[in-house]
Design a binder for this molecule. Structure first.
Ligand code: SF4
Length: 317
């Protein structure tokens, strides 16, 4: 595995918003990490990027290795070399990554110059090539524009080009299309999928949208209240979802020809880490909870085909 995360627990004050999370990803693979807001998916990405201290959180236990390097406790100086280089992050809002006062081309150059130590001319040539790969029309013209002169979709393409400029092996895209309209969303997802297949990158695609997972990912880890509650190959999980939460998420995917008003929603909300219920954290929203669910946290159990589920009813079956 290129990245191995094993029994990760993240501490935030007295609470553990991410608990006992295990997953891995290899080159050429797309792993969807899916869940509602507050499920711990972005926090897990923040841990991989070594950015937890910036938000006052810490890794309380567990292991994370990237290409054989132990990420837990890696000195910040070494982590800085990996971040933006071998491991790159694409965020939901392109303006988190872009400087509004600098033309977009030189912002891509900076990444090549910092991580690959190329000179100004070579960096510019790389940036133009990357912009063309991102299907940006007239790269030489766009190179000299400021972020405010570009649409949301174009800005996100620039951010992806910046992420690629450091020649990453692992790309983490955190809700990369949420702020975009549906047509542009599809274009950006296609660019990301093509990148993985053509360059052999590993992509962790964080999303709340099971439709995107079905369309783009090879494997999926469904998170709820800081824990993975179901994981496995995308086809298997969509053919045979076992956890009540995964089933509910799949029912929420809009489909062509649906009668207006027939779209499902999951009743209730995700509690914050200070108010997690005892036992199974999905219990207050679960339509099939039994007495055991009140006291015992279900563990993730996998079958021989790597389809894991954390639900007392599935384990008992
Ligand atoms: S463990 Fe119990 S509460 Fe949790 S999902 Fe399964 S049945 Fe529902």
């Amino acid at each position: 595995m290129l990245l191995d995360v094993e029994r990760l627990q993240i501490g935030f004050g007295a609470f553990s918003p991410v608990d006992d999370v295990t997953f891995g990803i290899d080159r050429g693979e797309i792993l969807g990490v899916v869940g509602e807001s507050g499920s711990g998916k972005s926090l897990s990405a923040t841990a991989i990027m070594g950015l937890l201290p910036r938000i006052g959180a810490r890794i309380s236990s567990g292991r994370m290795t990237f290409d054989g390097i132990d990420l837990v406790g890696l000195p910040e100086k070494r982590m800085r070399r990996l971040r933006g280089g071998k491991i790159a992050l694409i965020t939901q809002n392109p303006m988190t990554s872009l400087d509004p006062m600098i033309r977009v081309g030189p912002q891509i150059d900076q990444s090549s110059r910092l991580h690959l130590k190329v000179d100004r001319k070579a960096a510019r040539a790389r940036s133009l090539a990357l912009m063309a790969d991102m299907q940006i029309p007239n790269p030489a013209v766009v190179y000299d524009l400021y972020p405010f002169q570009l649409s949301g979709g174009m800005k996100q393409r620039i951010v992806i080009a910046m992420a690629l400029a450091g020649e990453p092996q692992l790309l983490i895209a955190d809700e990369p299309t949420t702020a975009l309209d549906v047509t542009v969303q599809a274009q950006i997802i296609k660019i990301l999928v093509d990148l993985v297949k053509q360059r052999g990158l590993a992509l962790i695609l964080i999303t709340h949208d099971m439709g995107i997972v079905a369309h783009a990912c090879d494997r999926v880890a469904v998170m709820y209240c800081g824990r993975i509650i179901e994981s496995g190959a995308v086809e298997r999980i969509f053919e045979n979802p076992r956890h009540p939460y995964t089933k509910a998420l799949i029912r929420c995917i809009p489909r062509l020809g649906m009668v207006r008003g027939s779209l499902s929603a999951i009743p209730g909300t995700v509690p914050n880490a200070a108010a997690y219920p005892t036992g199974c954290r999905f219990r207050p929203r679960c339509p099939v909870a039994v007495v055991r669910c009140q006291t015992e946290i279900p563990k993730l159990h996998g079958d021989c085909e790597g389809h894991g589920t954390a639900c007392h009813l599935v384990t008992a079956a």
